[in-house]
Structure formats: structure tokens, C-alpha cells
Ligand binder design. Structure first.
Ligand code: ZN
Length: 331
């Protein structure tokens, strides 16, 4: 559990006025303006806080669609927003490496909550070469991400106890959606034939996803996009594509497709044809305001695209019939 320090917690003056004017419990249930103003780093974390926080919480997300959190550096306006916020939510687990120092300093003055670190230590995966480096991509598995949602709920209740009932209710409803998505993913991905249950992506963002749904995962780059994919890595992956007769690779919206293209060319050079199976949302969500721009939509998209590209069965428009573009490129 994260620890919070409230000593220096300041609410905006307007909020204090609002609280002074609205003493009745009914007013506390549905405030006319947000009670908390918070900042969230990645779009996945911002989405969880918005879903649980509802109208009581104004969330400013720092990273938009297509932004790579491994490489993201704060802007001057980010720093201003974070130092004024009632709390800052981030993933942690070494994901937002460039923000680590700043957030460590901010923690002395503001509650800073690493929601990814709510995933129990025994449920975390580690880098084979660097066992002390956790895999930060916990949002890829609903079973693990639920810990983050619960951490958001508990933090909001601690920050704004009057909203406890509202946060409990919205978190409960959201966790039910999360379970329905997990059930859909389980069924869709189980339909992929044994031979093709291999997911090759630009970087190692799908380890938890693969473990949850029994799919072998190979990233061309490691856990972080900061690492370089060497020629030797490309060559050994080409051998594997040929040997396993893998016909589809995946690109990611927040990572350059350079290495994936190199792999396709390498396979073509030895006479093995591989196609792009689709574009996946790994470390950032889809366009703001779209279904894919929510965590539920992002995972629905990934599950549906992967199942269909690897020979499994899933409806083209996904779990709820809301996906815009999960159709796969023809071979
Ligand atoms: Zn990543």
C-alpha cells in the first residue's frame, strides 16, 4: 500500500468554498465542480482515475496517444501541473524512468501514488537478465490491472473521504467491466491454434498478457524501448519465424516499426513471407474520445486483432461491437 502525506495537501480555494457552502450529504454525492484535481502520467493510469473518480475528480493526463512512457520527459507545464495538483498518479515499476527523480522530490510535498506497484510482488514478472528490473506493463493483464484500480479507489477515498460511497460504487462497476473483458479475452484467445500461439511485437510489452492467456511472447526490443535491438537478435528471430512458420507480426502505436520491418525483410531474404498482423496499443491508448482511447477499448482492440491475425475467432468489431478498425491486413 502506498503511504500518503497530507501535511501539505492543499485544496484549491474554490473547493474549500464549495465544501463550506454544501454541507448536505446530497450535495456531497454530486458536486457541481470537481473536489480533487489530480495529474496522471500515462493514458492508462489517467483512464483508471477518471473511471473511479467520476465527477468528483478532474484528471489531467500528461501522455497522449502514441506517446512512449519509457522515453517521456516532463515539460515545464507538466511540472507546474504536478506541483499544483492534489495528487499525482503514475504507473511506477520503472516505466516512466525520466520522471522518477522529479516524482521522488514531489513526494515530500504531495501524495504520489504508483498504481502499478499495487500489483503484488509475487505477481510481477522480471527481466531474465536483470532480475531486479520488474516488467512495468501490468495494464496488459486485467487480473493484474485490477490491483491498480483498487489502489486508485483507496487513494481517492483517503484524499476525499466524503466521496467514499461514490468511489466504491464506480470502482465496483468498473471491476465488473474488467472481468467481462477478461472473460472475452480468454475465450477469443483460446481459439488460436496451438501452432500459431506466438506473439511477436516491437518491444516486450506483452509479457503479462502472454502469461495470462497462454501465448508465447517475443519482443524485438526488451522491456524498455530505451534498449537497442541488435542484429543478432533480429537474426535469431528470423530463424524462429521460419522454424515455427509464424506468419504475422505486430506493430505498436507508441514504438517505431523500424525493427518489425527489418524482421519482415530478414524473413523475406530467406524466402519466408511474414505480414503485419495489425497495430496494437502497448504503452499508449487510442485517440482521445474514441472507444480505443479507453483502457477497456484498448484491450478489446488488442485481443480482437491478435486472435484474428493468429488464426483464432473473434468478432471483427470486438466484444461490444464498438471497434473501429480491428480488421487485419490481408496476407
Ligand atoms: Zn513498454
Amino acid at each position: 500500500m502506498p503511504r500518503f502525506r497530507f501535511r501539505f495537501l492543499r485544496r484549491p480555494a474554490a473547493t474549500l468554498l464549495l465544501l463550506a457552502l454544501t454541507a448536505s450529504p446530497v450535495a456531497a454525492e454530486s458536486p457541481s465542480s470537481p473536489v480533487l484535481e489530480v495529474v496522471a502520467t500515462t493514458s492508462m493510469v489517467a483512464d483508471a482515475v477518471r473511471k473511479v473518480g467520476g465527477e468528483r475528480v478532474a484528471v489531467q493526463g500528461l501522455m497522449g496517444p502514441g506517446v512512449d512512457p519509457h522515453l517521456y520527459r516532463q515539460t515545464r507545464s507538466d511540472v507546474m501541473a504536478m506541483s499544483r495538483a492534489d495528487a499525482v498518479f503514475w504507473n511506477g515499476l520503472n516505466l516512466e524512468v525520466q520522471l522518477t527523480e522529479l516524482l521522488a522530490r514531489l513526494e515530500a510535498r504531495r501524495p504520489v501514488i504508483a498504481v502499478g506497484e499495487a500489483v503484488p510482488v509475487e505477481a510481477r514478472l522480471a527481466d531474465e537478465e536483470y532480475p531486479d528490473q520488474p516488467d512495468p506493463h501490468v495494464w496488459m493483464d486485467p487480473g493484474r490491472w485490477r490491483h491498480a484500480v483498487i489502489a486508485v479507489r483507496d487513494a481517492l477515498i483517503e484524499l476525499d473521504p466524503e466521496g467514499a460511497d461514490a468511489y466504491e460504487a464506480s470502482a465496483q462497476a468498473y471491476l465488473e467491466e474488467l472481468e467481462a473483458l477478461d472473460a472475452y479475452a480468454r475465450e477469443a484467445l483460446a481459439s488460436i491454434p496451438e501452432q500459431t500461439r506466438v506473439l511477436v511485437t516491437a518491444h516486450d510489452a506483452f509479457g503479462y498478457f502472454g502469461e495470462a492467456y497462454d501465448i508465447e511472447v517475443l519482443g524485438i526490443q526488451g522491456f524498455s524501448t530505451e534498449s537497442e535491438a541488435g542484429l543478432a537478435r533480429i537474426e535469431s528471430l528470423v530463424d524462429l519465424l521460419v522454424e515455427r512458420e509464424i506468419g504475422a507480426l505486430f506493430v505498436e502505436t507508441s514504438v517505431s516499426d523500424r525493427n518489425v520491418r527489418a524482421l519482415i525483410e530478414g524473413a523475406a531474404a530467406v524466402g519466408h513471407e511474414v505480414r503485419i498482423g495489425g497495430e496494437l496499443y502497448s504503452d499508449a491508448m487510442g485517440p482521445e474520445g474514441s472507444y480505443e482511447g479507453t483502457w477497456l477499448g484498448m484491450l478489446d482492440h488488442n485481443v480482437t486483432v491478435i486472435a484474428r491475425a493468429l488464426g483464432g475467432e473473434a468478432p471483427e468489431a470486438g466484444r461490444l461491437g464498438r471497434l473501429e478498425d480491428a480488421g487485419n491486413e490481408e496476407p
